[in-house]
Write a protein that binds this ligand. Structure first.
Ligand code: HEM
Length: 459
């Protein structure tokens, strides 16, 4: 959509907070982005669903209405690229994941998407179901009834092992996973603004910068070793890694090790933390809502009778699915996604000149009283077939939408249901009386400081 299109209504951007420029503006920006969800919720309360946040002269238009999200993600998808939080090679996600699917745009993105899609296709992922249940079962074998565990750590460990095994045929147990975990933690911290050190250029060797570089180096060593091993073996494992190694472009050229590494790290990142967080919030909500928990237990006991869930069981576990969906409504793991307009574009009543950034607030759409009855209540039956049919379009979009919709959405749903079914069949997870679980919003929505819970065997 070009600026020349005569039908564009050139209205101004929505009003909103201006953090100002100069050193003071930067300090305000660091403060704001050190707890971004809280800050955005405050702005949202003050300015409404749509506002412009100005930071050092950069305009970020925040959208939280389904029709605006649909316009950006679908109708005008070609007018937007991912924003600098993803693509900036110095401070964005790209510093860690390079030019993988999450952080690339245009023709390279299209090529990668085509390459990765078959490995995550609904039919292909059925083969991963057994890994999901068996790895969950292995985790539970280490749990002792009555002990207190950091469930966030358990879920991260489990989901990263499942991605590694499913997509790269690597069993990443114990210390082997450490470099990936460390790097993922650094990414979270960096995306959270990095405190006052976030004000400094990245060539300044602050302690956090040095730690970040070390984490990146160690993760790369591990990932390049996995790629080299696969290339040396010459074997086709029928997984994503084999597909990436065998891929050729139009000129018959293979992907470079760097390109394969970028895609692998992207999938490690995108493919584990989101699902782990969906489960963290699911267990938190179940602990706070005994009635829903009892309904879940009834379904699991009736259908599974204590055995491990299989792919075939999933269609008989509708309430399990509703619990996961409702947890992702209240706590969407990808709570906000960002874009930048690469040309002038009209979104609803707003005209966004080229270069304007857009933040799509999935969290606030999911909590809107205009779209949901009693939006703060945990009510899995909102996703019963009758009630789900009346949810407005784009009012529920935990996986985004349009051409950049989550490529792992089927994988993630299947995984979350199988893990929940396995764990909740065998254990009850409890918070301490009065224990609060705060949100820590980086790229994904984490429980702040981990999720200590007491696990008690059910049978
Ligand atoms: C509950 C779990 C998950 C949630 C809530 C989630 C959410 C999302 C969202 C909202 C997007 C769109 C971002 C945007 O529009 O900018 C996205 C993209 C993506 N997701 Fe997921 N995701 C989950 C699990 C996974 C898994 C398991 C994988 C891989 C195995 C994965 C891989 C990706 C990739 C590669 C992209 C980028 C796609 C592209 O730009 O073409 N995600 N995800």
């Amino acid at each position: 959509m070009s600026a020349m299109t005569p039908s564009l209504e050139r209205t101004t951007l929505p009003s909103g907070p201006d953090l100002g420029g100069g050193p003071l503006g930067m300090i305000r920006a660091v403060q704001t982005f050190s707890s971004p969800l809280q800050a955005m919720t405050d702005f949202h309360d003050q300015y409404g669903d749509t506002f412009t946040l100005s930071v050092s002269g950069i305009n970020i238009v925040v959208f939280a209405r389904p029709e605006h999200l649909h316009a950006v993600m679908v109708e005008h998808a070609a007018s937007f690229y991912k924003d600098a939080d993803y693509t900036d090679p110095d401070r964005g996600l790209a510093r860690f994941v390079g030019q993988g699917l999450l952080t690339s745009d245009g023709a390279p993105w299209k090529r990668h998407r085509k390459l990765v899609a078959p490995a995550l296709h609904a039919r292909r992922i059925m083969a991963y179901a057994d890994t999901m249940s068996e790895y969950s079962d292995a985790m539970l074998r280490d749990w002792r009834s009555g002990e207190r565990l950091d469930i966030a750590h358990e879920m991260m460990n489990l989901t990263i092992r499942i991605v590694a095994k499913s997509l790269f045929d690597v069993d990443m147990h114990g210390a082997l996973a450490e470099p990936i975990f460390n790097a993922m933690r650094e990414i979270q911290e960096m995306q959270g603004g990095g405190g006052w050190q976030g004000l400094l250029p990245t060539w300044v060797p602050t302690p956090s910068e040095l730690r970040r570089r070390k984490a990146l180096r160690e993760m790369d060593e591990l990932v390049y070793a996995i790629i080299a091993e696969r290339k040396a073996s010459g074997q086709d494992h029928g997984d994503l890694l084999s597909m990436l190694v065998a891929a050729r472009d139009e000129d018959g050229q293979p992907m470079s090790d760097r390109q394969i590494r970028d895609e692998a790290v992207t999938l490690f990142l995108a493919g584990h933390e989101t699902t782990a967080n969906a489960l963290n919030w699911t267990f938190t909500l179940l602990a706070r809502n005994p009635e829903a928990e009892a309904k879940l237990h009834e379904e699991l006991d009736r259908v599974l009778g204590g055995r491990l869930p299989t792919l075939a069981d999933l269609e008989h576990l509708p309430y399990t699915e509703r619990v996961v969906k409702e947890a992702m409504r209240l706590y969407p793991p990808a709570w906000s996604v960002g874009r930048v307009a690469i040309e002038d574009v009209q979104i609803g009543e707003y005209f966004l000149p080229k270069g304007t950034r857009a933040a799509l607030h999935i969290y606030h759409v999911h909590h809107s009283p205009a779209l949901w009855d009693n939006p703060e209540a945990f009510d899995p039956d909102r996703f019963s077939p009758e009630r789900e049919a009346s949810v407005p379009r784009y009012a529920y979009i935990p996986f985004g939408g349009g051409p950049r919709v989550c490529i792992g959405n089927h994988f993630a749903m299947m995984e979350a249901k199988l893990i929940l079914a396995t764990v909740a069949s065998r254990f009850i997870l409890r918070l301490n009386p009065g224990q609060t679980v705060e949100m820590d919003a980086g790229i994904t929505l984490n429980p702040k400081g981990g999720l200590p819970m007491t696990v008690t065997a059910r049978h």
